[in-house]
Design a binder for this molecule. Structure first.
Ligand code: AHG
Ligand code: MN
Ligand code: MN
Length: 345
């Protein structure tokens, strides 16, 4: 279906919420605040390359303020945009050790917001796509009181909404409230996100694999065999696959969501829990990819069912087209069984 030319993000969210009897409009308002924050971040991202030329770096900006790293800037903007809307009970960010309370002077709401303010930060200086990831839950602690860590430590399947923004050749916001995944492209001239990708579905199988192959020597054997299998030409399966790895999870998964394929950040011999953060990266991306018909797991267990124990914990992730994720899980399982058999001997 061709998207309507003038379906703005705010209209889309309001119309989506209206379909739920009893909805208060709070989620719409929360997402609208978030959209404003990411427009401000997008402006700053677009100016990132000018920092040296304008002589800001490491010194003061035009307002006499210290220039912040872009990820801390994004973190601060998100908090400033989100803490006074009256919708949130508590927040947590990849960039802050502790949970973030709503200042006492503001109303305390019923939602919980977790975010990775800037994802792919090592790519900033090379003008390569980066992103922002967010995840929204309903609080579980009593209403009216400050939110707690328990509110932030919910399983991913309990998310109410999740999304990401890619700052790429254009700025795009992709979100789901559980039913359908929708992509909006920022029209910079009017400052509005307009629906450009209606009801995104990930292909059942893809031809792309995305992981950091530089870590090959630390991989477990199951993963080594799986990647080798994808690289071997085979008329039956249509292999070999194509390797694509940007190093920004948001951008890598966004591409695979549209074209099909698998993104992997595995556990390996150095990092038994992988690198990526369960609450800010794995869960929101898993919620989106599942809503688009895909699959996400830590190799054994569905990502969205992992019971989190701390807000900054890490998890391995295998995410993307369902057929591809099922296949890698099979390789990992078979290798584990073979190794267990070997040990018995
Ligand atoms: P962040 O910038 O939020 O710290 O995240 C970076 C992450 C993720 O975006 C990406 O997939 C991964 O780090 C890349 O890691 P490697 O450099 O180890 O491949
Ligand atoms: Mn990240
Ligand atoms: Mn980050």
């Amino acid at each position: 279906m061709k998207p309507s030319r003038f379906m703005t993000l705010s209209r889309h969210i309001v119309e989506g919420e209206k379909k739920h009897p009893g909805a208060t409009g709070e989620l719409s308002a929360l997402l609208a605040d978030f959209a404003l924050a990411v427009k401000i971040i997008a402006l700053e991202v677009n100016k990132a390359g000018l920092v040296d030329i304008l002589g800001f770096e490491g010194s003061n900006n035009v307002h006499g303020e210290k220039v912040k790293k872009l990820d801390m800037y994004a973190h601060d903007i998100l908090i400033r945009a989100m803490d006074h809307g009256g919708h949130l009970a508590v927040m947590a960010s990849e960039e802050e050790e502790d949970i973030i309370h709503i200042p006492k002077k503001h109303r305390i709401g019923k939602y919980v917001l977790l975010f990775d303010p800037l994802d792919g930060s090592s790519n900033i200086d090379a003008n390569v796509s980066i992103g922002t990831i967010f995840s929204i839950y309903r609080r579980v602690s009593p209403d009216g009181l400050p939110g707690t860590e328990e509110d932030c430590l919910q399983e991913g399947y309990k998310q109410v909404a999740a999304g990401y923004v890619v700052y790429g050749s254009s700025t795009m916001l992709v979100y789901t409230a559980g039913n359908g995944v929708y992509g909006f492209t920022l029209d910079p001239s009017v400052g509005e996100f307009l629906l450009s990708h209606d009801d995104i579905k990930i292909p059942q199988r893809g031809k792309i694999y995305s992981l950091n192959e530089g870590n090959y020597k630390y991989w477990h054997n199951g993963l080594k065999k799986y990647i080798k299998y994808l690289q071997d030409a085979d008329d039956r399966t249509g292999n070999p696959y194509t390797a694509r790895y940007i190093g920004s999870m948001v951008a890598d998964i966004h591409r695979n969501l549209l074209y099909g394929g698998i993104f992997i950040y595995p556990a390996d011999k150095r990092n038994p829990k992988g690198k990526l953060r369960l609450m800010y990266e794995c869960n929101p991306m898993a919620f989106i990819v599942e809503a688009a018909g895909g699959r996400a797991s830590d190799g054994k267990q569905r990502t969205l069912e992992i019971k989190p124990e701390s807000i900054h914990e890490r998890s391995p992730i295998y995410i993307g087209s369902e057929g591809d994720v099922l296949e890698v899980e099979k390789f990992l399982r078979e290798e584990e069984m073979a190794e267990a058999e070997e040990k018995k001997k």
